[in-house]
Structure formats: structure tokens, C-alpha cells
Design a binder for this molecule. Structure first.
Ligand code: ZN
Ligand code: ZN
Ligand code: ZN
Length: 131
């Protein structure tokens, strides 16, 4: 997966670099506090607030995605193209899938007069390894 990047015209500071590197090292879901613990060993002056703000910057540039229903403030690395997440509630692992059952834009337009721009869907369950 491509290296996570900050939005354009955002200054890369050593503290932000430590957070971005810590995010880059995660495969499954992670919390801000987990990232903070990893990043702080690379950059001891790092604060939790900076960690939150940097992850928010990554969220805005679409390279991390918040997992709303994970029951804790968890995130996963992401990419901008269309896919959904299969989140394992046992191990925290996250798989991406191209499967999508969202109503088509045309159907939404016809039935609701609604012009769809985007949709989000995360599926929670137990992965193949944990089953
Ligand atoms: Zn994703
Ligand atoms: Zn699992
Ligand atoms: Zn979809």
C-alpha cells in the first residue's frame, strides 16, 4: 500500500513524520493511543494532541478511514478508490473487498430524486483466521 501522506500544503514536521511512519507500519485497525505509543519511541517529544491532529489530517486526505462501529476510536489505513472494509472483531484485522451492494446512483435518483456522491460501508464480523 502507498505511503500515507498529509493533505497538500500541510507542513511535514518531525512529530507528524513520526505519526505518519507509525501509521504506515500498521496493517489492521489501530487506535490513536496505539499510534501515539509507537510514534513516541521515535519522537519522544510527541504529544497525544499532535497525534490526534495528525491522524485527522490523514483522514482528510483519505489515507486513513475511521471505523465508526468498532466501539473505540479506531482507524484503518485506506486508499481513495472504491472498496469496503471487513473488520474482524476478534483480532482487529481489516480486509478490503470490492464487493458492494449499495443501491445504484440511477436507482437513488429515480426513487428518491437523490444525487449520490459517496457511500461508506464497513462490515464487522469474524475473519477466516479467527473463525
Ligand atoms: Zn479502505
Ligand atoms: Zn480475525
Ligand atoms: Zn460500495
Amino acid at each position: 500500500m502507498a505511503e500515507p501522506s498529509l493533505p497538500p500544503r500541510t507542513r511535514m514536521t518531525p512529530a507528524r513524520r513520526a505519526v505518519v511512519d507509525a501509521v504506515a507500519a500498521y496493517d489492521g485497525s489501530f487506535t490513536v493511543v496505539q499510534i501515539f505509543d509507537v510514534a513516541r519511541s521515535a519522537h519522544p517529544g510527541l504529544g497525544l494532541a499532535t497525534t490526534y491532529r495528525t491522524i485527522e489530517l490523514l483522514r482528510r486526505s483519505g489515507v486513513v478511514h475511521p471505523l465508526a462501529a468498532a466501539g473505540r476510536a479506531a482507524y484503518v489505513r485506506c486508499r481513495p478508490d472504491h472498496h469496503h472494509h471487513l473488520v474482524c472483531v476478534t483480532c482487529g484485522g481489516v480486509e478490503e473487498t470490492d464487493l458492494c451492494a449499495a443501491p445504484s446512483d440511477a436507482e437513488l435518483k429515480r426513487r428518491h430524486g437523490f444525487r449520490a456522491q459517496a457511500h461508506e460501508l464497513d462490515i464487522y464480523g469474524v475473519c477466516r483466521r479467527c473463525a
